[in-house]
Design a protein around this ligand. Sequence first.
Ligand code: FES
Length: 190
Amino acid sequence: MPDITLTVNGAPRRAEAEDRTLLVEFLRRQLGLRGTHAGCDTAQCGACTVLLDGRAVKSCIVLAAAAEGAEVETVEGLSRDRAAPHPVLQAFEAFHRRPCGFCAPGMIMAAVDMIRRHGEALDTATVRHELEGNLCRCAGYHDIIRAILAAAPTRRPEGRRPRERNATDAADKLRPRPDHGRGPGAVRDG
Ligand code: FES
């Protein structure tokens, strides 16, 4: 079997893979990154979303061989700095505390991608449109959209000094509803 060499979450990785191995399988089995989930295997659900050279892709329809030499970011990469997890991760923890969490890694990576591309222009309608390829089967989208908007940079009046902003700031303003004992945070290994 040929080796695949790529960069995953900032670190060089190398492992064997058959020509037909899908990127989602390669990440989960060969590299042990089980945060990326496989749901439908048909590009419908978005659970397998990762960033490939900076853009969100469904890794169930990308061959691992096609990622040779590429940079891949998975949900694990967002918590490399345990003292300061990525703002999107914090926002999902604050607003999307639902029992399942299966869709969350894909939603989170899609959110990172859309925030990078849209920045301050990101609004509710855009988030809804961008999430068309990511399905949540148990909790609905309201809190997911709130989380993404909370993690996005905000528009500010001309001339005002930008301020470091993260999801903790947003959580102070937009108090999440009590979870009524629905259980732990959104992201789970699976
Ligand atoms: Fe890839 Fe569902 S597993 S889109």
